[in-house]
Design a protein around this ligand. Sequence first.
Ligand code: AMP
Ligand code: ZN
Length: 494
Amino acid sequence: MKGYEQQDVYIYNSLSKTKEKFVPLHAGAVGMYVCGPTVYSNVHMGNCRTFLSFDLVFRYLKHLGFKVRYVRNITDAGHLENDGESGDDPILKKARIEKLEPMEVVQKYTVDFHTIMALFNALPPSIEPTATGHIIEQIEIVEKIIAAGYGYEKNGSVYFDVVKFNKDHAYGKLSGRKLEDMITNTRELAAQSEKKNPQDFALWKKAEPQHIMRWPSPWSDGFPGWHLECTAMSTKYLGNQFDIHGGGMDLKFPHHECEIAQAEASTKQSPVNYWMHANMLTLNGKKMSKSTGNNILPNELISGRNDILSKAFSPTVAKFFMYQAHYRSILDFSNEALLASEKGFQRLLDAYHSIDDLPTASSHGLEIAKWRQSCYAAMNDDFNSPILIAQLFEAVKFINAVKDGSASVSEADRTLLKETMSNFIFDVLGLEDAASEGSKVTEKLNGAVALLIELRNRARANKDFDTSDRIRDELAAVGIQLNDGKEGTSFSLN
Ligand code: AMP
Ligand code: ZN
């Protein structure tokens, strides 16, 4: 019997705002689409959190035996900020700054994205389509939307008529916004606007002469609107209706709202059964973001080269830290939280590695089969990883009780315990054991460097600057940089 026949998964559907039992359109198979990155800069830890949230969903559904087709796109076609009315195309802007072809920018940051995802042990999606590879499909959808009466052309650009659409459909149902309110809030209409209403969004934009990324279309040489690519690629590979669509919370409006409108306008069907939105990673209480610079990059995490970090952390520890929060909760990134996660994860691995050495007897203590089901129950409840991790720590407690003789375990239970822990830690959460060796070395290194920092402080206090400078310089020579700050001295790896 397949795992999914034994487990009922419930998913919080952003559309209905309730947890719903997950019933895929085709028994045993799941179609899932997740909005991928716009490849004009390095992904930050916030972006990583969203992609790791959906890696967990992908892994768990696969673990249950579903055949999952996971489509995650690469946004590599330039689109304008502000829904196609004005603003810059970030890929072109970056190309100018770095003196690269736009496609070189795209290649550089796509490679970076893949490297980072591999570093976090995220599984590659089943299909990773690019927006530039699906221009024809996007043009076809624009044609269908125009034919259905919900799109209009103006000066070579095409816009989606939100007001007209809203007369026949409910625009705003995902984000809970009402068009009337949006209209009252944006009273002034730019005089030179091509749009009939400020809420309309671009389906196709005529390219200005300096715009390099352009394609021929029935309306002009131009480029597609941002929302269109996800409608084109999700329906091409998953069908007009599919099971799960995911992305970060900040994409709910306008991006996902517009995807629903485009799909309903062109196919007369509601495209997605379960909308899932991952919540934000914050830094100092504010959303991590590319544009404000309030972010941490994965490379800074791994090297410790950022002022808020006292040391380097492994990607698997950062992932464990993220999964200690539910994907729908806001999570604040901090050095202290990472230090705590590092300790916790090590405790979990140590307990796991000691299972084989546990003495066996007739068992009394934790009922392993029941405990195993509670691990599933946590994941069945909208992929509740913090509850799952709490269950794994119940097992740690039990293992330690067996070690000190206050509980016992049968041989069969010991085997089941090990298998279950391995399934959830490595397959479902996708954490890495290899890091345990690495993090042991890191731990030892931390201890040794802390000692050297203390000796250096003592030398400085004694005005023995020969010694203090020597400690700093020789550590620097082997790639360990000491950073003196208000809170004391920290170090980073070069
Ligand atoms: P972008 O490349 O800007 O489209 O972002 C890629 C993904 O990262 C989208 O799903 C965003 O919603 C998500 N994202 C952006 N910032 C954060 C953040 N601070 N925390 C979590 N996810 C984020
Ligand atoms: Zn998208």
